[in-house]
Design a protein around this ligand. Structure first.
Ligand code: FES
Length: 107
């Protein structure tokens, strides 16, 4: 049984259908020491399968899960979830695909 609940506000934008970005908020139950990525996976699996985000290695190596968490860049696979989180895409040197999913742009 989950011990904690985080309020997770996600930046959403689908360039194919949305005119403007917007935020959607989710209540996410999780275990103590769950990562931000665990919360995103919960949202995707239980609350809203329409969210887009990327991850691969889950050990802080591949950079695909880099996002802006409460205003600071961080790897969602390593960062421990906080009670209140706003998660936005990291678009510095990266191209937005959809929602939180980005891909590093060629220089
Ligand atoms: S999933 Fe690879 S750095 Fe987080």
């Amino acid at each position: 049984m989950a011990k904690e609940i985080s309020t997770v506000k996600l930046w959403r934008f689908n360039p194919d259908v949305d005119r403007e970005p917007y935020y959607r908020t989710y209540e996410v139950p999780h275990e103590e020491n769950a990562t931000v990525l665990d919360c995103l996976n919960y949202i995707y699996e239980h609350l809203d399968p329409s969210i887009s985000y990327r991850y691969a290695c889950k050990i802080g190596f591949c950079v695909s899960c880099l996002m802006v968490i409460n205003g600071k860049p961080g790897f969602t696979c390593l960062k421990i979830a906080e009670k209140e989180m706003t998660i936005e895409p990291q678009t510095k040197k990266a191209k937005l695909i959809k929602d939180l999913a980005t891909i590093f742009a060629e220089d």
